[in-house]
Design a binder for this molecule. Structure first.
Ligand code: Q46
Ligand code: ZN
Length: 286
């Protein structure tokens, strides 16, 4: 297959966009993709002091590189969770990444708080990921606040968001959760805003970007990672219906926006998201 832009051999076959690109044209496409979402959803604001949380994996490494290329000023935060070889390998990748983009990197070790994720694994076993998530959120927020950062960015992808949503719905949990939004504003002065610059980007797109651009990352997976069954479901739907995940989250966001802008019908005063409610509109046709 040939590159749609220049006719060279295509390496990126992007079914969601009906597009094939070569390794020279793909990075530009990717940068524009992220730039567009940041703008469209107001994910980052000018002059914010950004703390980019990185894990050493492909997604957050792609995020840090793209923020740099788009001209943002930021520092990195790596949290050493104390997961044996996985943590040391991740830290090595983060140090290489920081050097490649010439950005300051901060390291916080969970051990400083008296335990590691491996300790959690030994004692609480099944709750490893939820405890690890609690520790990461706590450290990110506290570090950012104490060091004067305005916003924390994470490398969450479109698959993270869609799989989280489906899992919640299937488990009978409430549909609306902060985790689904591209940006969360703080509701208290102790909380630092959070943003997901890659929330419209897929893991495959990140992988292509880090490989083509030779961005340092580790392919190693956390040994405690749970069975990725919900993500596999999302990949399977995406395989059969290319573009599903992106359309899905765009739909979620616009639904949320409508929800946030509750209005009252000009004619009857009932709740609606327009000027005149659909019932009154219906009545008007009789
Ligand atoms: S939560 Fe669970 Fe991750 Fe923590 S214990 Fe490993 S897999 S690192 S994203
Ligand atoms: Zn090309």
């Amino acid at each position: 297959m040939k590159c749609r832009k220049c006719g060279r051999r295509a390496v990126a076959i992007l079914k969601a966009y009906g597009l094939s690109l070569c390794e020279r044209c793909y990075p530009e496409f990717y940068l524009n993709l992220v730039k567009r979402s940041i703008k469209r959803y107001g994910i980052l604001k000018p002059k914010e002091k950004i703390l980019a949380a990185v894990s050493g994996g492909k997604d957050s490494s792609a995020m840090a590189n793209v923020l740099k290329k788009l001209g943002y000023e930021f520092e990195l935060l790596y949290i050493d969770l104390g997961i044996d070889h996985y943590s040391s390998e991740s830290e090595r990748a983060v140090m290489e990444l920081a050097e490649s983009i010439d950005v300051n990197v901060n390291v916080v070790r969970l051990e400083e708080y008296g335990f590691t994720v491996s300790d959690v694994r030994k004692r609480l076993r099944r709750k490893t990921c939820s405890a690890c998530g609690t520790a990461k959120r706590y450290i990110m927020n506290r570090f950012a606040r104490e060091n004067g950062f305005d916003i924390i960015t994470t490398g969450h992808t479109v698959e993270d968001i869609v799989s989280f949503y489906l899992k919640n719905v299937a488990g009978g949990m409430r549909l609306w959760a902060e985790k689904l939004l591209p940006r969360n504003e703080p509701f208290d002065e102790k909380i630092v805003a959070r943003a997901k610059p890659l929330f419209e980007v897929s893991e495959k797109e990140n992988m292509l970007y880090v490989l083509i651009e030779s961005i340092p990352f580790t392919p190693m997976e956390c040994p405690y990672a749970p069975n990725p069954e919900w993500k596999e479901i999302v990949y399977e739907i995406e395989r059969r219906k290319p573009g599903f995940s992106k359309n899905f989250i765009r739909g979620l966001i616009s639904e949320k926006e409508e929800f946030d802008h509750v209005k009252y019908c000009r004619l009857c005063g009932e709740i609606t998201n327009r000027d005149i409610c659909s019932f009154c509109k219906l009545r008007m046709s009789f």
